[in-house]
Design a protein around this ligand. Structure first.
Ligand SMILES: Cc1cc2nc3c(=O)[nH]c(=O)nc-3n(C[C@H](O)[C@H](O)[C@H](O)COP(=O)(O)OP(=O)(O)OC[C@H]3O[C@@H](n4cnc5c(N)ncnc54)[C@H](O)[C@@H]3O)c2cc1C
Length: 477
């Protein structure tokens, strides 16, 4: 039997890729992950008697192969899966608005002068751009052109700057095409005039969730992989990757005190692209190494607040758009599944982004807890429950969200181009391709890369086409 296919990362993408190769070929597959559990950012962990996600992770039911795969894993125990519709609100100007925005609600709740200003700006901006052609160079230009200044700031601009800690003019307009591509203000107006209009194209309304927490989807997928003969090595720190004549020969990893070397026929990457390039060591030419280092991330801190209460809010997700709040959003995981939280209690997760090592990152858990309470005090319907707050827990997750700086694509291109020079390497998934997608998309990319790798030998042109399909931020792929 030939050497195994080695997959770096046991998140949704890596697991899906392994599953597909094992299902459709005789190849041996080994997954390597430094974490103690499978599931990547979609994993769950235990705190007291609660099972918590890293921010509740609902699997969006978008159809297609990823959904079919997840459902098939639970064919014999369908009650383990719960289905529902998203309940999302935004908190703006001390009021709660349903998301996606309902125009009638917005008009009723906004100050009428503000509503008039938003509409006037929208029409004047549209008229101006119909006459004058101005190139779109960054996210700020993109948003102002589409929505007018006030609505852009209120709906996307301030929030984007808050999450990515970067001015909108320094963010690439390509960020918009991945995050909010289908949102058009004109559709809001059509809706208002009752002539149709669709404002929810990029927003997935329905979800699947494992009764015990998101991570259990991936525990089940990992079981299936092991049953098919795949191996998953956790707590495995990659030390080096050996390369000869543009071909990966083997991989060294460390587990505790012990070191191991694994020979490899193909290497599939799903860990963050810059880290992967770093692990490839001195073989990497200066241009690729230099550019990979320019691909940057924002880190995440979550303060979990436990309440001696059955429920605090109706929503699954509540977005805090304004800068007066330090946290970006609040979620109540119990609203996805009661079974994840101890009966009689609930847990809110408050998410704050920061740069690894900055003043917030260095704060003690107690200080972050105090900040979380401050934000809750500014939200009327949470403030009234603060006397029932019983405990807290803090989690820090470094480098979690890809930052699309203005010219990030010019750094990503030489990085990916270098990987194409290595005969037996490919990269996939959100992390591996420096994308912004959800679990569905990572699973789809894992499965599709798996389809290519079941062939002997895999076709380089198909890998090239794969990058062309998924790496939308590169124009010429
Ligand atoms: C707060 C938050 C909430 C989210 N909510 C949702 C949601 O509700 N629904 C949804 O669909 N998506 C959600 N997402 C997005 C979702 O988490 C990702 O799309 C998905 O996890 C990406 O899967 P992946 O396999 O590509 O990467 P990851 O999940 O990041 O997996 C990568 C794996 O690589 C491993 N790894 C990293 N570095 C190394 C290394 N050096 N050596 C070895 N192993 C390494 C990691 O341990 C991890 O297991 C959310 C993301 C965040 C941050």
């Amino acid at each position: 039997m030939s050497d195994p296919v080695i997959i770096l990362g046991a998140g949704p993408a890596g697991l899906a890729c392994a599953y597909r190769i094992l299902k459709a070929s005789q190849k041996k597959v080994i997954i390597i992950d430094r974490a103690p559990v499978v599931g990547g950012i979609g994993a769950s962990f235990t705190w007291k008697s609660h099972t918590l996600d890293i921010g509740p992770h609902a699997f969006h039911t978008r159809g297609g192969e990823p959904e079919t795969l997840i459902r098939s894993l639970f064919e014999k125990e369908p009650k383990k899966l719960i289905e529902g519709s998203k309940k999302v609100s935004v908190y703006l100007k001390d009021k709660r608005f349903k998301y996606p925005l309902q125009v009638s609600e917005a008009l009723l709740k906004f100050n009428p002068l503000l509503s008039i200003r938003i509409f006037a700006e929208f029409f004047l901006t549209s008229l101006f751009h119909a006459i004058v052609s101005i190139p779109i160079e960054n996210f700020e230009n993109w948003g102002r052109k589409r929505f007018g200044a006030t609505l852009f700031r209120m709906s996307f601009g301030d929030y984007t700057e808050k999450v990515w800690k970067t001015k909108a003019e320094k963010i690439s307009e390509k960020f918009a095409s991945e995050k909010i591509q289908g949102f058009k203000f004109i559709n809001l107006i059509f809706k208002l005039l009752r002539i149709g209009g669709q404002i929810t194209e990029p927003y997935y309304q329905t979800w699947l969730y494992h009764r015990q927490g998101s991570g259990f989807l991936y525990h089940r997928l990992a079981e299936e992989i092991r049953d098919l003969g795949g191996e998953i090595k956790l707590n495995a720190n990659i030390v080096s990757i050996k390369q000869q004549q543009n071909q990966i020969i083997s991989l060294n990893y460390q587990n505790g005190e012990q070191r191991f070397e694994l020979p490899c026929s193909w290497l599939v990457n799903t860990i963050p692209l810059p880290k992967f390039i770093e692990l490839l060591g001195n073989h990497v030419p200066f241009t690729a190494r230099y550019n990979a280092r320019k691909l940057r991330y924002i880190s995440l801190m979550i303060v979990y607040l436990e309440f001696n209460l059955k429920q605090v809010m109706e929503d699954h997700w509540l977005y805090l758009l304004e800068n007066k709040f330090l946290f970006n959003r609040i979620t109540e995981q119990k609203n996805l599944s009661h079974d994840t939280i101890e009966p009689g209690k609930t847990v809110l997760s408050l998410e704050m982004t920061c740069r690894e090592g900055d003043e917030f990152w260095r704060m003690s858990d107690e200080e972050l807890f105090a900040l979380a309470k401050d934000d809750c005090r500014n939200i009327g319907f949470i403030r009234e429950h603060l006397h029932s707050l019983s405990d807290y827990h803090v989690k820090r997750i470094p480098n979690v969200y890809e930052i699309y700086y203005k010219s990030f694509d010019r750094s990503a291109e030489p990085t990916l181009a270098y990987l194409k020079e290595i005969k037996n390497v490919c990269t996939t998934g959100r992390r591996g391709l420096f994308l912004q997608g959800d679990m569905h998309q990572s699973i789809e990319m894992g499965l599709n890369m798996g389809n290519i790798l079941v062939q002997d030998p895999p076709e380089p042109q198909q890998i090239h086409d794969f990058y062309g399909k998924y790496v939308m931020y590169l124009d010429a792929y």
